[in-house]
Design a binder for this molecule. Structure first.
Ligand SMILES: CC(=O)N[C@H](C=O)[C@@H](O)[C@H](O)[C@H](O)COP(=O)(O)O
Length: 232
């Protein structure tokens, strides 16, 4: 699907993130089962799915036919960034047919000696037509990613780098500041746990909202209920 068409489809909507990495209850070694989560999300009306790993990108595209925001989570030695950190993951995602590729655009340490700007420039040169989503943790990183030609900027990493603010809920302020400054879609992502918070993200200026754990991570959901009851 073309970039403009995807943007039109996701505008003002909730994109469901369906992810399970090794160690999580819904990660099954033998085969991807996340396509079932994506099936539910599609039936509920989501216009796109965000997912991690090549096998889930393939399985979810096959199941839903929806555009997919793909990423690969991998932790290399010397790297703090773990979302699509090197060209290898970008290559694999391109080959798998990922409609949008999400990649870490933070200033965290990269073990290959490259700056984030060098890496993003290389990716853009190699794939001029790719639709790239920058996962950032601060306003400065978002503006930088936009200047480097990223097509969408998501607040994914806010709260997950050592230097970004640690909030319990969504980072509305970051969405507000970024959407006031940059002219590409700002995706409100991270710790959106209720429908009301999703609405607030859009009101803060988000072009679309990504909701993950609150829909597709049963351990996280169950824990929230159990802790609330236990701390009465
Ligand atoms: C920080 C990081 O690694 N975030 C990942 C990025 O893809 C996912 O684990 C999150 O589920 C996703 O960002 C959606 O956020 P939430 O699950 O809070 O709705």
């Amino acid at each position: 699907m073309k970039k403009e068409e995807i943007f039109e489809n996701i505008k003002g909507k909730v994109i469901v993130s369906c992810q399970a990495v090794p160690g999580e209850p819904l990660y099954v070694e033998e085969k991807s089962i996340m396509y079932l989560m994506a099936r539910a999300a599609k039936q509920a009306g989501t216009p796109a799915i965000r997912t991690s790993s090549i096998r889930d990108v393939i399985a979810i595209k096959e199941e839903t036919g929806l555009p997919v925001i793909g990423l690969v989570k991998v932790q290399y030695e010397g790297f703090e960034s773990y979302i699509t950190p090197t060209m290898k993951e970008v290559d694999d995602l391109m080959e798998a047919g990922s409609d949008i590729i999400a990649l870490d655009c933070t200033n965290q340490k990269r073990g290959d000696g490259k700056t984030i700007n060098e890496f993003l420039t290389e990716v853009r040169e190699k794939y001029p037509e790719a639709v790239l989503m920058a996962d950032i943790s601060t306003y400065e990183e978002g503006v930088n990613a936009w200047k480097l030609g990223m097509d969408l900027v998501g607040t994914t990493m806010s709260g997950y780098t050592s230097y970004s603010s640690k909030l319990d809920g969504p980072d509305y302020e970051l969405v507000r500041k970024l959407s006031d400054t940059i002219d590409v879609p700002v995706i409100g992502e991270g710790r959106v746990h209720s429908p009301e918070q999703a609405v607030k993200m859009l009101e803060a200026g988000a072009f679309a909202v990504v909701v993950g754990g609150a829909i597709t991570r049963p351990l996280e959901i169950a824990r929230r209920f159990i802790r609330a009851v236990e701390s009465r």
